[in-house]
Design a protein around this ligand. Structure first.
Ligand code: 5U1
Length: 680
């Protein structure tokens, strides 16, 4: 008898270990609704197992996690056997994978030309089967292991968008397949309410949906904002089947079943990839979370001839987005000092690929967050990078905490200038008290001063600011205006040509607006909108500098906290000196127009602009609205008069819809600016 080699024994051990780990994750994910690791980590383990089993098919066991789709149903719910198995989808992670899928489809169908696909968002929810008999809703079941799932009829019945009877003529039997999910706005509301009651919050909308659907008490489910989209058929009797999947979707919609409005027909692989890019760009502004898109061959006869392999159809594929969460180890924590002295704990991580880039630093926000999440150095952490948002440490995998993990301690003194670090009252933020003595604060103030939305000094970026401060050439924004060609040209990677370019940009920046100037000063809590309000209200710098707390508070949208910041700022002699030197250097702005705010056509109206505008920049649009007497604010509230939504508008658009704030598109905005009248 042949004895297993040491290498084989090791491989078998690894196989068993992978299966145990995956089973444990399945249990946590499907049964407890408490996933321990991000989906990408789970996918990685499954992929490793598949590869091992592919190399050694003789070792595949019938109970391997690769041999079924999910996990067995929980004991509490009745088991439902699916009349037609509920399939899963193969994944594609790259354009190459999609090209491979399309090539295989065309080869099997013997097609030369492009295939037509139904391109659909892949919702991050729970797949369900819903059965209607003679039009009446009789049963809903989760997918379970694909062969049988859990009876969640009573819970699905509570979903408001779920019809209890089909509209129009109904077949004897219809099994509609779809996804139960929790819209992002509902998820945020649910979590905010739970947090206010001091209860545990859900990790993400998918978990919230799963936790809500798998409640034994339907009353609880009824209180959860669940929704459902349908995307296909299971068993049926008496359905006059159309020729195309897109026509099936139209039929479902006719019966009153919700179909995702973002589904579209596309031509060939190019059409698929264009759809992927488009939906990817809009992902953050969709009302629901998705983790990719699905392409399905539209022609049903072609689907039939393509058939299935294992438990996945050959006629469909899920094209996944780069995972937004990944696991890595927290190597260390350093404290970064910001413009106003705020100390931000920054996680130094073992590099990890997440959200499409390699991340080695992530924010921990502040010490309250560090404590709330119980993060320690040495921990295995979940790093999250969604869209262009700064990567953050989302949570800790407590089960993987090593014994030597160390607590994160707020330093008593600034790591840059050694000034005392203070926390004001019950503020979450700790600050370095060094002010201009701290080189980190000086650098950040200078960066802010030169930023595009402040004095807009092109070329005075991150690296140049570091050099100017380190070389002692610019300690405050006022020093920028006395830089010489020679001193600039001597800096690293500069030379005379670049120096001249920067000097020309500095010269141009002398002509600005009062609002930009105020914003550029970097007064704490004075953002662009507040600066614009202060500028419009006071008209002149002298008046503002002499105003007391009460007078500053009279400016629109300025409360006691901001007013105190403004008064404090101008009471500081170092700040007054900077202002004086800036003026002496020739920084000027046009005098206020004589038009009184009340006479301006948009006075009394507050606009919030969000998303990307096609025909003008957001700043230009805000300036133009302000010139007509409107206020332009950065956040949506019940006081917002109008929200202007450009392309890829996100959370502000959702909030405005929730609050019933009227929403305008870009053409409506253009009309306001052209006619100089409020919208009708
Ligand atoms: N939009 C969509 N999601 N989704 C998931 N369609 C779709 N189809 C699926 C699954 C599992 O499966 C069928 C293709 C079998």
């Amino acid at each position: 008898m042949a004895t297993a080699t040491a290498a084989e024994a090791e491989l078998q051990q690894r196989l068993a270990q992978l299966r145990r780990e995956i089973e444990q994750h399945n249990y946590r994910y499907y049964i407890l609704d408490e996933p321990q690791v991000p989906d990408a980590e789970y996918d990685r383990l499954m992929q490793a197992l598949r590869e091992l089993e592919a190399a050694h098919p003789e070792w595949v066991t019938s109970d391997s996690p690769t041999q079924r789709v999910g996990t067995a149903p929980a004991d509490e719910f009745a088991e439902v056997r699916h009349r037609v198995p509920m399939l899963s989808l193969d994944n594609a992670f790259s354009a190459d994978d999609v090209q491979g899928f399309d090539r295989r489809v065309r080869e099997r169908l013997g097609r030369e030309g492009p295939v037509r696909y139904s391109a659909e968002p892949k919702l991050d929810g729970l797949a369900v089967s819903v059965i209607f008999e003679h039009g009446l809703f009789v049963r809903a079941a989760t997918r379970g292991d694909g062969t049988s799932g859990e009876d969640v009829t009573a819970n699905v019945r509570t979903i408001r968008s779920m019809p209890l009877r089909l509209r129009g003529a109904a077949p004897a039997l219809l099994e509609a397949r779809g996804e139960v999910f929790m819209p992002v706005a509902g998820f945020e509301r649910l979590n905010a309410e739970a947090a206010a009651r001091g209860e545990k919050v859900f990790v993400n909308p998918r978990n919230a949906a799963a936790g809500s659907l798998r409640q034994l008490d339907p009353e609880v489910t009824a209180g959860r904002p669940l929704d459902i989209f349908f995307y296909g058929l299971g068993a049926q009797e008496g359905v006059d089947l159309p020729a195309r999947h897109s026509e099936v979707l139209a039929l479902l919609a006719q019966w009153g079943l919700r179909v995702c409005p973002q589904i579209r027909l596309v031509e060939g692989v190019e059409g698929c990839l264009e759809y992927y890019r488009e939906i990817g760009a809009r992902r953050a502004s969709l009302a629901y979370q998705i983790d990719g898109v699905v392409y399905k061959v539209d022609e049903l006869a072609a689907q039939t001839s393509l058939g299935f392999v294992a438990r996945a159809p050959r006629w469909a594929v899920a094209h996944k987005f780069a995972a937004e969460e990944a696991l890595t180890r927290l190597r260390d924590v350093e404290f970064q000092v910001g413009r106003t002295g705020a100390l931000t704990p920054v996680a130094r991580l073992e590099p990890v690929f997440v959200g499409g880039v390699t991340v080695s630093n992530a924010t921990l926000h502040n010490m309250d967050e560090v404590q709330r999440k119980d993060v320690r150095i040495g921990d295995t952490v979940v790093v999250r990078r969604a869209g262009d948002v700064i990567p953050e440490v989302a949570r800790v995998i407590l089960e993987r905490r090593p014994p030597e993990a160390r607590s994160i301690v707020l330093p008593a003194v600034c790591p840059v200038c050694a000034s005392v670090v203070q926390r004001e009252g019950d503020e979450a933020v700790a600050r370095c008290t060094g002010g201009y003595r701290c080189s980190a604060q000086r650098k950040e103030r200078l960066r802010h001063f030169a930023a595009r939305r402040a004095l807009d000094i092109e070329g005075l970026g991150e690296k140049l600011v570091d050099q100017l401060v380190d070389a002692g050439l610019a300690q405050s924004p006022a020093d920028v205006f006395s830089l010489s060609r020679q001193s600039l040209a001597n800096l690293d990677r500069m030379g005379e040509k670049s120096a001249d370019k920067v000097l020309r940009a500095i010269e141009r920046a002398k002509h600005t607006t009062f609002a930009r100037f105020l914003f550029a000063l970097g007064i704490r809590d004075v953002g662009e909108a507040t600066a614009a309000n202060l500028a419009a209200h006071f008209g002149s710098l002298d008046t503002l500098m002499q105003a007391d707390l009460q007078r500053v508070q009279q400016a629109p949208d300025v409360g006691p906290v901001i007013a105190a910041r403004v008064v404090e700022f101008f009471a500081d002699s170092a700040n007054r000196d900077v202002v004086k030197r800036l003026q002496a250097a020739g920084v000027t702005w046009p005098a206020p127009t004589e038009v009184l705010a009340e006479q301006a056509p948009l006075s009394g109206l507050t606009f919030v602009l969000t998303g990307t505008l096609e025909s003008l920049s957001r700043e230009a649009a805000e300036d133009a609205l302000r010139a007509l007497g409107a206020k332009a604010s950065g956040s949506v509230s019940s006081k917002t008069s109008y929200l202007v939504a450009g392309r890829d508008a996100g959370s502000k658009l959702r909030k405005a819809s929730e609050l019933g704030v009227p929403i305008l598109d870009e053409s409506a905005l253009r009309q306001i600016l052209e006619t100089k009248r409020p919208p009708t």
